[in-house]
Design a protein around this ligand. Structure first.
Ligand code: GUN
Length: 285
C-alpha cells in the first residue's frame, strides 16, 4: 500500500489565494479590511510561536492584526475590560485568546465574555452549541481545517469509523462533532479509555491530538487507515515532531499528515477564513 502524504502547506497556499482575491475585491469596493485581535497572556513558548504565525498570516493576506501581550500577573478584570472594548470596536471582526491561559485565570469567564459573532475560534458555548445541533456558525479552526484538507484530497469520509484520540475542547471534542456532521461514526477516546488499541484497530480514520511524541504506531492501525496528526512536540534538539510514529506508518496508512506542514497551516488559514466570514456575515454594516 502506497502511503500518500497530505501537504497542508500546499493546500493552505492554494486557499490563501482565494482569500486574497476576496480581500482585493473588498478593497476595490471600498469595504473595510477584516481585523483580528489576539490576546496572549504569560510565557508559554508554543503560544508565542503560534501567535507569531497568526500575525504573519494576517500580514500576508492583508488583514489587520492587533496583538496584546500581558504578563501572568495582569488582573483578570483588565482582560475582561479589553474584551468588552474589542466586542464594540467596529474595526475588529475576530477576538482570539491564545490558549492555554495561566492557571490563575477563569478560562470560562474570559472565553464566554467574547461576543459569539467575534468568536473566530468557535469556542464560545453558543458556537459549540450550534455545531452540536448541526447548524454551525463560527467553528473551531483545527477540526474545520482538517475537514477541508480531507475534502481537498477528495477523500470521502461519509460512513467511515473515525477514532479521535484526545478529548480536548480545542481539538478532540469539536473534531468529533465535525466528523459526525460529515456522516462518520465517531469514537472519542481519552485518558480513561480502556483498551485503546482495540478502538484504533477498528478505525478507518484516526485523528490524534494528545501531545505525546511518536505515540501512535503503524502496527496498531488497520491497513489503509487515514492518519491525521495534530500533535506538535518540540524535542530537546529543537526538532518538531507529531504524536504519530511517522516512519512506522509507511505502506500501512493510506494517507498521513506530516508534522510540521500538515494540519498546522490549515489551522492558521481557517482562522483567517473565520475572521473574513465574521466580517462579511456579521459585521458588514
Ligand atoms: N492553542 C492551541 N491551539 C489553539 C487554537 O486553535 N486557538 C487558541 N485560541 N489557542 C490555541
Amino acid at each position: 500500500m502506497l502511503t500518500r502524504i497530505m501537504n497542508g502547506n500546499k493546500i493552505a497556499l492554494k486557499l490563501e489565494k482565494k482569500i486574497k482575491k476576496k480581500i482585493k475585491i473588498r478593497k476595490k469596493n471600498k469595504k473595510r479590511i477584516p481585523g483580528l485581535a489576539v490576546i496572549i497572556i504569560g510565557n508559554n513558548i508554543s503560544s508565542k510561536i503560534y501567535v507569531k504565525k497568526k500575525k504573519k498570516a494576517c500580514k500576508k493576506l492583508g488583514f489587520i492584526s492587533k496583538i496584546w501581550k500581558f504578563k501572568n500577573n495582569i488582573h483578570e478584570n483588565k482582560i475582561l475590560k479589553l474584551i468588552q472594548n474589542l466586542n464594540y470596536n467596529n474595526t475588529i471582526d475576530g477576538i482570539l485568546i491564545q490558549l492555554p491561559l495561566p492557571n490563575n485565570f477563569n478560562l470560562t469567564k474570559i472565553m464566554n465574555s467574547i461576543l459569539p459573532d467575534k468568536d473566530i475560534d468557535g469556542f464560545h458555548p453558543y458556537n459549540i452549541g450550534c455545531l452540536c445541533q448541526k447548524k454551525p456558525k463560527l467553528r473551531p479552526c483545527t477540526p474545520q481545517g482538517i475537514i477541508k484538507l480531507l475534502k481537498e484530497y477528495k477523500i470521502k469520509i461519509k460512513g467511515m469509523h473515525a477514532v479521535i484520540i484526545g478529548a480536548s475542547n480545542i481539538v478532540g471534542r469539536p473534531m468529533s462533532l465535525e466528523l459526525l456532521l460529515k456522516g462518520c461514526t465517531t469514537t472519542t477516546t481519552h485518558k480513561f479509555t480502556k483498551n485503546l488499541k482495540k478502538h484504533i484497530k477498528n478505525a478507518d480514520i484516526i485523528i490524534i491530538a494528545i501531545g505525546k511524541p511518536k505515540f501512535l504506531k503503524g502496527k496498531w492501525i488497520k491497513k489503509g487507515a487515514i492518519i491525521i496528526d495534530v500533535g506538535i512536540n518540540k524535542l530537546k534538539n529543537g526538532k518538531i515532531i507529531g504524536d504519530v510514529d511517522f516512519k512506522s506508518m509507511k505502506n500501512k496508512a493510506s494517507y498521513i499528515t506530516p508534522v510540521p506542514g500538515g494540519v498546522g497551516p490549515m489551522t492558521v488559514l481557517t482562522l483567517l477564513k473565520n475572521t473574513l466570514k465574521a466580517c462579511e456575515k456579521y459585521h458588514e454594516n
